[in-house]
Design a protein around this ligand. Structure first.
Ligand code: GLY
Length: 424
């Protein structure tokens, strides 16, 4: 790693902005390109995240190490295509990405490898699914098998809601082919947190713990979103629990995949439900969480490029553990009113520069730059992320930065991090 390298970050969200921001601080990195990027990223390349051939051509011409942010290109085999062409890339292969791209594959994998998860059934026809729900005496979660932009998981309170979710997926086809097959699993009630590790096929190095806020309104009300805010670390995952998750979930997943002939390289994100002190895997993602990525990378002291490169080369064990700032980071997602349904776009945003500084960063997501003006261009628009000596300081630093930013439809939850205060 003597020469400076160029990096291509694939994606356009807050996660990708944060990854690029952190990589630009690496002593090994020269230029950071984003494809397609957003209004806050520089060196944007007008290539969509799923246009694998065009991305490969760009990476080859510009001698880039490529880092894939979102799940869609991973599930389409971007890593396999790059490896075949001899291009360096970070992330899991298409087969390994099945842990996220097929909920059925992931549940069966966990079952055969004794990884703690809720009991479940798998269905490809409406009548069997309906009869199964009617035979149960506990609440369930209905999951579309395929990728559904974060909307394919419906948490149900009773059988009426469950039957309507099945109808939505299997009769109304609201999720297209992603909902043709479904998982029906027992709903586990408890506290949810995110545990992410960096893997190289054999070794798994933990990232810092975090907690997301998935519902759109305060007190976890309203529909699910991609995530309205996150903080890191979370006291919900105690050191003992972290060791247990690392061993019984993460390391077991990586070694079981290897045993089954699939090397898992990349970020392995376990969505964990903690019930009576025990962790259960709700879902796996095969990428960094968004917004979890923003507070985690704000706290990272180690050189991210060195870890991503080692993950792609299978040499993570030579680097040891990642070092973290002894601070808490909070990310507040500023969204456009109406998200996750319909919302206005093209509204000018003011105050971003005032919000940056004093250990606060503004990561862009749904924004675009037109004639020097930042305009809203998506549901989740900005991720205002701040450090603090304690969770409570980080919360107030993040909110005081967030209130400097304005646009007509700005909306954010006002209780990000509050749940964590009970565990500090
Ligand atoms: N924040 C949840 C996710 O990235 O899937």
């Amino acid at each position: 790693m003597d020469l400076l390298v160029n990096v291509l970050v694939v994606g356009s969200g807050g996660r990708e902005h944060a990854i690029g921001w952190k990589l630009s601080q690496s002593k090994h990195v020269d230029k950071v390109f984003f494809a397609p990027g957003n209004g806050g990223t520089e060196n944007n390349i007008p290539i969509q995240a799923e246009d694998i051939d065009a991305l490969a051509e760009f990476a080859k011409t510009n001698h880039c190490f490529t880092i894939v942010g979102p799940e869609a290109p991973l599930s389409k085999g971007i890593v396999d295509a790059f490896v075949q062409k001899g291009l360096p890339i970070f992330g899991p292969t298409k087969k390994a990405a099945q842990l996220e791209s097929s909920k059925i594959w992931a549940k069966q994998f966990m079952q055969r490898n004794d990884i703690p998860t809720a009991p479940f059934g798998i269905f490809d026809n409406y009548t069997d699914a309906k009869n199964y729900v009617n035979s149960l005496n506990y609440p369930v979660v209905i999951k579309a098998d395929g990728l559904a932009a974060g909307k394919g998981v419906i948490v149900c309170t009773d059988s009426k809601e469950a039957l309507s979710a099945i109808d939505e997926m299997m009769v109304k086809n609201s999720f297209g082919s992603a909902g043709a097959k479904i998982v029906i699993e027992k709903r586990i009630d408890g506290i949810e947190a995110s545990y992410i590790a960096l893997c190289d096929g054999t070794t798994a190095v933990p990232m810092a713990t975090s907690q997301d806020h998935k519902r759109v309104f305060d007190d976890d009300l309203g529909p699910n979103t991609g995530g309205m805010g996150a903080y890191s670390p979370t006291g919900i995952i105690t050191d003992d629990l972290a060791r247990q998750i690392q061993k019984d979930v993460i390391e077991k997943t990586v070694s079981s995949m290897k045993k089954e002939g699939i090397e898992f390289s990349g970020f392995l994100y376990a969505g964990i439900m903690i019930q009576d002190g025990k962790p259960y895997v709700l879902e796996f993602n095969t990428r960094m969480g968004d917004p979890e990525c923003q507070p985690i990378l704000m706290r990272m002291d180690s050189d991210l490029y060195e870890y991503l490169y080692a993950s792609s080369k299978g040499t993570l064990s030579s680097l040891g553990q990642i070092s973290w700032k002894n601070k808490t980071a909070v990310c507040i997602v500023l969204a456009s009113k109406g998200y996750p349904e319909s919302y206005p776009k093209n509204e000018p945003i003011s105050g971003i520069d005032n919000a940056v500084g004093n250990d606060a960063m503004v990561f862009h997501a749904g924004t675009k730059l037109e004639n020097g003006v930042v305009l809203s261009n998506g549901g989740r628009v900005l991720g205002v992320t701040a450090l603090g000596d304690t969770l409570s300081n980080a919360i107030s630093n993040a909110y005081s930065a967030a209130q400097k930013i304005n646009w007509s439809s700005k909306y954010c939850r006002m209780d990000i991090g509050k749940k964590g205060l009970r565990y500090v």
